[in-house]
Every structure is written in structure tokens, then in C-alpha cells.
Design a protein around this ligand. Structure first.
Ligand code: PEP
Ligand code: MN
Length: 359
């Protein structure tokens, strides 16, 4: 049974971003040991974006984590980024390792870590890469699977962006972890609302959203005095706040409990299946029209893209959407995709790659 699934739902990991002092580590550990927290986290080597910041206490912090294990009977986890980190972590009986977002981006480094783990039986968590590339994330997990690691979880910590106006430090991009779940249903997904939000005020919200999505766990950075933290000060919460976040979480069921609402759900899904079939049939008919238009454009030597017409489509479809209480942005972005595909087909017609459909 997976380490990440054999305990409570959700699987909760808490602890400071960095192990700063023995006292700080033990204070958080004592507090979280009284909560439904299954794993204690603390960064021992910190990957900092720019040099000159606090880079972790290294080996001495491993002693403090050993004390957490023996005093509070808590399993402990640290980030490893080098084979030497793994060697030391194993020497100090660390229970679970995690690969950080800045390491997952680098297949060479992930492979070096995987090679260092050959023959070792330890659960590993793989954070998503900083860039929104699901294949890199999946690839890192597969490198571990290939050398025989069986107990793996994925951590969703959000993705970097150059978008100025976002409330989040890292964009959640929910479709990415959801697609990972579709591709690898056996891998539990743990959400890290601390690194997604970068803001303690928003942590509870994202934690709840992860539960609504059916994720299996949460990793929440917890510090006795967050504003004084040596790393990630804006996003860490106090143990008291962690307690209230956990108390207020609504945990959802993955499937329908046994009752007759199950029938209603099934009926609604059948209706949705047939509507989706109609939508696809309509799109096929629309594409056929677009190809006929393409043939006319070719005959009259016109461009495939007609800005006036596109503007008109955006306006009229957007207006219609709003009348039906659908979001204008949603419908416009849907039409961007449809229009792109139309133009692609018409370009093929103009270039003579696709046969003209004349009727
Ligand atoms: C961390 O968990 O403190 C950390 C450095 O995370 P990430 O790799 O997600 O940036
Ligand atoms: Mn951190």
C-alpha cells in the first residue's frame, strides 16, 4: 500500500520552508504532531533564485529532523537536489524525499538522482517543473519508476509566469495536474498551496480548491513566526492558522455514495454525452462550410484570414454568450480555437494541399 494513501484523507504535510534553528524545527513539530499531519517537511538545502540569500543549514539540520522523529513520532521529508543529499538523507533516516521544481526541469539531474536511488526503498515526491510542461513532470516520475521506485506522489506547486497581474506567485494551471491524473491515475497528487499562492491569505482557498478537485493531499509551509522566516516569509502560516485551515476543509467524495441521486447523476451524464455528440456533429458541419468558403476564396484569390469577418464573429458570438449567461471570455476563446482550425484548413485549400469541396 502506498505510503501516501495508507493514512488519513487528505494526506497532510506541514513544516517550515527551511529548517532555521533546532528550536524553530522542534516548535513547529510539536504543534503539528497534535494535528492530522502525516509528514513533517523542512528544507535543509534551499534552492534560492538569487545568490546571497539563506541557503539552508545542511547537515546539522538533519540532526534536528532526527530529533523530530524520535520526540514526536512524526515521519520527516526533505528536498534532495544532488546525489550527496540523498546519501546524507539515507544516513539520517529521512522517511520520504522530494524533488524540487527547479530540479524536475532538468532530466540530466533527475537521472542522476534516480541513479543514486537504485536499490533504495523510499517514497519519493516529485514537484511539478517550474515551467508548465506536463511531459517533463511525467518524465521525472518515469525516471524514478524505471529504477524501481514504487512509492511516488506528485506535488502540484504551480508554474512560473511572466504575467504581471496575477494574485499568485505561481499559476495553478489546474488542467496540468488533472491531465497528469488522467495519464497516471495511480500517482497521488498533493497540492502545495503555499508555493502556488506565495501569500498566506490565499492558502486556505487553494487548499479547498485542491480538495474540490479530488487531490489526495496538501503540503503547507508552517512557521512559528512567518514574517521573520529566512525564506518564503509571505506564504508561511502559523501552526494555529494551519489548524484552522484543516478544521475548515470540506473533503469531497470521489464517487457517489449509495443512494438514488446516483441515478440522477447517471441520467444527467447520458444527456451530456448526447449533447457532446451533437456539438461535435455541428462542428464537423461548420468545418465543411468553412472548406467551401475556402474554395471560393481560392477562386477569387482572397486571403484566408479576413480581419473584419473575425471581428464580427467575436462580437456576435460574445454577445449571444452573454445573453445566455455564458462567460464572453469562455466563448471567445472557444471561437479562437475553432477559427484557428478553420483558417488552417482554408490555408491548405489555398495552397492546394487539401482538395476543394465543391458542391
Ligand atoms: C520548497 O518546498 O520550499 C521549495 C523550494 O519548493 P519548490 O521546489 O516548489 O520551489
Ligand atoms: Mn518554500
Amino acid at each position: 500500500m502506498s505510503f501516501f494513501r495508507r493514512t488519513l484523507n487528505p494526506f497532510v504535510i506541514a513544516g517550515p520552508c527551511s529548517a532555521e534553528t533546532r528550536e524553530q524545527v522542534l516548535e513547529v513539530a510539536e504543534a503539528v504532531s497534535k494535528m492530522p499531519v502525516q509528514l513533517f517537511r523542512a528544507g535543509v538545502w534551499k534552492p534560492r533564485t538569487r545568490p546571497g540569500s539563506f541557503e539552508g543549514n545542511g547537515k546539522v539540520a538533519l540532526e534536528w529532523l532526527k530529533e523530530v522523529k524520535s520526540t514526536y513520532n512524526l515521519a520527516v521529508t526533505i528536498e534532495v537536489a544532488e546525489p550527496e543529499h540523498i546519501e546524507l538523507a539515507l544516513q539520517y533516516d529521512i522517511d520520504v524525499l522530494w524533488i524540487g521544481a527547479r530540479t524536475t526541469v532538468n532530466p540530466f539531474q533527475v537521472q542522476r538522482l534516480a541513479d543514486a536511488l537504485k536499490g533504495v526503498k523510499i517514497p519519493i515526491m516529485v514537484k511539478n517543473p517550474v515551467n508548465p510542461d506536463i511531459d517533463l513532470w511525467q518524465g521525472a516520475i518515469e525516471r524514478l519508476e524505471r529504477i524501481g521506485i514504487t512509492d511516488i506522489a506528485a506535488i502540484h506547486r504551480g508554474f512560473s509566469t511572466y504575467q504581471a497581474a496575477s494574485p499568485y506567485r505561481n499559476q495553478p494551471n489546474w488542467p496540468i495536474p488533472i491531465e497528469l491524473k488522467r495519464r497516471k491515475p495511480e500517482i497521488p497528487i498533493i497540492c502545495d498551496p503555499s508555493h502556488i499562492t506565495g501569500n498566506r491569505e490565499l492558502v486556505a482557498d487553494i487548499a479547498q480548491k485542491a480538495m474540490d478537485m479530488g487531490f489526495e493531499g496538501l503540503m503547507i509551509e508552517t512557521h512559528p513566526n512567518p514574517t521573520e522566516a529566512l525564506s518564503d516569509a509571505a506564504q508561511q502560516v502559523t501552526p494555529g492558522t494551519l489548524q484552522s485551515i484543516l478544521n475548515n476543509l470540506v473533503i469531497r467524495n470521489q464517487s457517489m455514495p449509495d443512494n438514488n441521486m446516483g441515478m440522477t447523476l447517471e441520467n444527467l451524464r447520458q444527456l451530456m454525452d448526447s449533447l457532446d455528440a451533437e456539438i461535435i456533429d455541428l462542428l464537423a458541419r461548420r468545418m465543411e462550410l468553412s472548406e467551401r468558403i475556402g474554395a471560393i476564396k481560392k477562386d477569387f484569390n482572397m486571403t484566408a484570414y479576413q480581419p473584419e469577418r473575425w471581428r464580427e464573429i467575436v462580437d456576435t458570438r460574445g454577445e449571444r454568450a452573454e445573453k445566455l449567461h455564458l462567460s464572453r471570455d469562455f466563448i471567445v476563446s472557444l471561437y479562437e480555437k475553432i477559427h484557428d482550425e478553420s483558417i488552417k484548413k482554408q490555408l491548405e485549400i489555398l495552397q492546394g494541399i487539401l482538395n476543394e469541396v465543391k458542391s
